[in-house]
Design a protein around this ligand. Structure first.
Ligand SMILES: [Zn+2]
Length: 87
C-alpha cells in the first residue's frame, strides 16, 4: 500500500483542475477512456481505485457520457482555442 503525502494529494488536485481532457463536441469532462491496466497494480486512495497503465498509447478509445457516443477528446486548453476560432 502506498501512503499519500499531503503534497501528493495537492498535486493530484492540481492535475485534475489544470489538465482536463474534454469532449470535442460538447466540452464536457464526463468522458472515459478505454485502456489496459496492470490488474495487480491496484492502489486505493480516498475510495477511488488507481491502476498502473499497461497498454499501448495509440490504443485509446474515448466515450462521452453526455453525447452518449464515441468522442475525440481535446486538452482543455486546445478546446478553448478551438472554441475561440470557431465562434
Ligand atoms: Zn460530448
Amino acid at each position: 500500500m502506498i501512503r499519500l503525502t499531503k503534497q501528493m494529494k495537492e498535486d493530484m488536485r492540481k492535475i485534475k483542475e489544470q489538465d482536463l481532457i474534454v469532449c470535442q463536441d460538447c466540452g464536457e469532462t464526463d468522458i472515459v477512456e478505454k485502456m489496459w491496466v496492470d490488474t495487480n497494480s491496484y492502489v486505493s486512495i480516498d475510495g477511488d481505485a488507481y491502476y498502473k497503465y499497461g497498454g499501448d498509447e495509440d490504443d485509446g478509445q474515448y466515450w462521452c457520457n453526455k453525447c452518449d457516443d464515441m468522442c475525440h477528446p481535446l486538452h482543455i486548453s486546445e478546446y478553448n482555442e478551438y472554441k475561440k476560432e470557431n465562434k
